[in-house]
Every structure is written in C-alpha cells, then in structure tokens.
Design a protein around this ligand. Sequence first.
Ligand code: NAD
Length: 372
Amino acid sequence: MRIGILRETRDHETRVAGTPETVKKYVTAGHEVLVEPGAGLAAHFTDEAYTAAGAKLAASAQCLDAELILKVRAPSPEEISKIKSGTVVVGMLDPFDSEGINALNAAGITAFALEAAPRITRAQSLDVLSSQANLAGYKAVLLAAHYYGRMFPMMMTAAGTLKAARAVVLGAGVAGLQAIATAKRLGAVVEASDVRPAAKEQIESLGGKFIDVPFETDEEREIAKGVGGYARPMPASWMARQAVLVAERCKQADIVITTALIPGRPAPTLVSAETVFGMKPGSVIVDLAVERGGNCPLSVKGEVVEHHGVKLVGLTNLPGMVATDASALYSRNLMDFLKLIIDKDAKLAINHEDEIVQACLMCANGEVKRKN
Ligand code: NAD
C-alpha cells in the first residue's frame, strides 16, 4: 500500500506521524512510503534519514494522493480538498470536533481518530493520549522550573540553606502522575488531588501526598468512579469542598500543575482567580488543560501571564516541545494501530469487528460513525 507522511500544517506543530524507524518497518512490510520533504525537520529527522529508511520524498499533493495518510493533527481544509474519496486518514483528529469530522466525511475520507481508542490493556501500545500526556506532564514541570525564580530541591550550602519547592498537582491521570514523578525527582515536596479514588494509591506510590476531599454522599462516590477510566463532572457540593482545600494548599505552594480534564467537556475550574490572588508572589501555575478552557480562569491559551506576582503558564502542545521523542512514541502508536486495519500482505483490511477499530472510526463511506 502507498502511505503518505506529510509535513504538519497546523501552527507550532513540530511533531511528525512517521519517523525513519517506523518508515523502515513499513517498507520492510511491503509498503511504499512517500514523505513530504521537511516533514520531520522540526523533530530533527532529516530527509536523508527518511530516504535511507526506504522512503521516497514526494510533494505534498503526491503524499495526499496515497491510499493511507498518516497525520499528527487533522488535515487542513486545503489538504482535505486534495484527498480523494476512499482514502484512509489516521491521526489525532479530535473526535469531539464535529465540524472537523463532518468535513472529512464530506470528502468521502475514512478517518480514524486515535484519541478515541478505549482505555483497555490491548490498546495501550496505540494509546496516543497516554504517550503524549506522559511527555506533557514531564515538560510541564520543566516549564515550571524555568519560570520559577528559585530552586526545586532543598540545598544546604555554605551561604545557607534553601528550602525545597512545594508543588501541588491537580489531576493525577497520565500527565499528572508524570508531573508528580518529575517534580519529586527534581526535589520538590509534592501533593496531588484527583476525583478518582484509585488515584490515591498511585499518587502515594510516587511519593506524593494525596489531597483528600472526602465523599459525603453515595452520589458523589458513584460519579467519582468515572466511566471507562475517565472522570465525570462532579456535583457542585464536592467541587466546592475541593475548591476550599485546593485554595488552602495553593497558598502554601510554589508550583501548581493542573491537568484535570473531562472528555468532551470544558475543563473543570479548580484554581479560582481568588485562589491565585492568595498565592505567594513568585509562584508558578502551569495549566495543561488550557486548550480545553483551562483549570484556572486566569490562564491564557498560548501565553505566559502574570497576576499579583504569580506566573500562569498557558503554553500549548507541550509534547511538541520534545518533538523528537513525542514523534517517536506517536509514530509507534500509529504503527500499532495499523496492524488492525492492514493485513500481512500490506493490503487494507479494516477489521470492523475489532472494538478499537470501531471506537476510532469517525467516518467512512460518507457516513459519520463516531459515537461521541
Ligand atoms: P484525563 O487527561 O482525561 O484527565 C486527567 C485527570 O484529571 C484524570 O485523572 C481525571 O480523573 C482528573 N480530573 C477530572 N476532574 C477532576 C477534578 N475535578 N479534580 C481533580 N482531578 C480531576 O485522564 P487520563 O490521563 O487520560 O487518564 C484517565 C484514566 O485512564 C486514568 O485512570 C489512567 O490511569 C487511565 N488509563 C488507562 C489505560 C489503560 O488501562 N489502557 C491507559 C491510559 C490511561
């Protein structure tokens, strides 16, 4: 099969959907791989590395003419206009963007959005949300360290002792747990909160202290379990009690990393403006949820702003800041997914019975299939 790997067109997207490593495997499996010149440059993969792996360099129009197109983000309207009906596109296509999915469908594209894969054991190797969130959690802490005017670890020096930074991590999913681990490794004292009761043990196993917001009703306890591993919006009563505790912990903190998300909904507000004004000057908040509206109403998408001496880091696409590793993991995720839609003769053979395929399929044959 002919596979096209394009240079991403979205602003500030540095990742690429195929690396020389995965390209080599596709070629060995019998595929013809077309790579747009410069596709991997922002992730430090040269055109020569792709050709050495067996790819052919081809203009974007030719890559878009392939039977299977691998993307990081959804194709632009201009790209969509050049993709012929029946082409398969696989990428992080944003399953909740109904307009975007409708545009792919109108062009007759068979589109798979890997963010929609179920959180089951078999899907772990193709779980793009996890592979990218893990890097985002790490990078969030490094950004915090960069914008923080002090040190993370406790240091005893001849000129006196420096206190360890206190970090609060809100949301302990994949990104949050990596943020806890990274902040600990840098020497911070870490506390963390999550609505899911299972998070307590995970936070503690990384050396963090669990910020416990006890449940007061069966309804709260039931909703907190979430669905399919994801959180659900908690009742206002629980959120109010959490806000009080978070405000208290944030007042003591130097670093706050927020990662709380609820699929298909705006991010919950966890750090109010009032809480920010109660924090110490010099503290840093990194809001990883900023693309979904933010966990703090004062964070601004794509910017670093300051209020009352507190820096709010709203930079986006943190995995793109470690583009080489992010592309390597993402490309392997894609390669694993392709095993479900390509047979051993390198021909398209979509297994529609497979629950992962069913969940990721957004549209095919002019019909929108997504279930969100
Ligand atoms: P996510 O990015 O959707 O959300 C981040 C975290 O925010 C979640 O832990 C969520 O519970 C939390 N959150 C939501 N509302 C909150 C609130 N009001 N206060 C505090 N925290 C709040 O989640 P994710 O990182 O994608 O992970 C979701 C779950 O899936 C986790 O349990 C993770 O361990 C699990 N997971 C399972 C597999 C697998 O088994 N294959 C793979 C990856 C992740």
